[in-house]
Design a binder for this molecule. Sequence first.
Ligand code: ADP
Ligand code: MG
Length: 248
Amino acid sequence: MIKTENLTKFYGNIRAVYRLNMEVPEGDILGFLGPNGAGKTTTMRMVTGYTTPSFGKTEIAGINVQKEPLKAKKLVGYLPEIPPLYPELKVSSYLEFVAEVKGIKGKERKKKVEEAISSTGLEKVAGRLIRNISKGYRQRVGIAQAIIGDPKVLILDEPTIGLDPKEIVEIRQLIKSLAGKRTVILSTHILQEVTSICGSIAIINEGSLIEFGEIREIEKKYGSASLEEIYISAISKEVKNEEHMGNN
Ligand SMILES: Nc1ncnc2c1ncn2[C@@H]1O[C@H](COP(=O)(O)OP(=O)(O)O)[C@@H](O)[C@H]1O
Ligand SMILES: [Mg+2]
């Protein structure tokens, strides 16, 4: 469903993401793990078509994201690290606006907004200004804008960051309930999140993919090690400094 081929991004001399090869099958929930600065956000922005790679490509359901970004964007719901919320709008008006931008018209728009509100548990706050709702509810609004239009793919960048423990549990449950047949990539640096939601993981460090696959398979490979031990070991490995690309 999602495929990256040698996906690479340089910011000047900074190698943010380097030759990333991943294939995420339909229906999979992939946990994208890595320390701050590892390249998670940059990768997600390239997968969703919001950042152009320096090199390499992404395909979603066979569509080349870089060549046909509009077509690809229709298949993807994206919760960015900082969701583009408008604090002065009511929750329902904001979601109406998002639906409009996504090209959903007339009666269908109202229906899709109502669906998004009910599937993210926003009924109680639908009439309130975004600025006046809690952080947990704001994150639900972020998720609601991502699922409007029923995208087959959800890309969630650190969906539980900055929330309190109760909100974290609730957002995790929400993600699980929304996953269904969708293919999901979710970035985090909380291991608990991965074990409770994901079937597979990608561990990224300094822009390079260190581990990728089903959690069970990776655990087998490392013997009896816990996911925590696997993660620490993966991000402590020195990242190979291959030939420098794009700067010659
Ligand atoms: N717009 C940008 N300009 C310059 N450097 C950037 C930009 N965005 C990210 N970087 C750098 O790229 C690397 C990867 O960042 P990022 O993808 O945000 O990592 P993560 O999401 O895993 O914390 C970091 O070194 C970061 O400083
Ligand atoms: Mg990030």
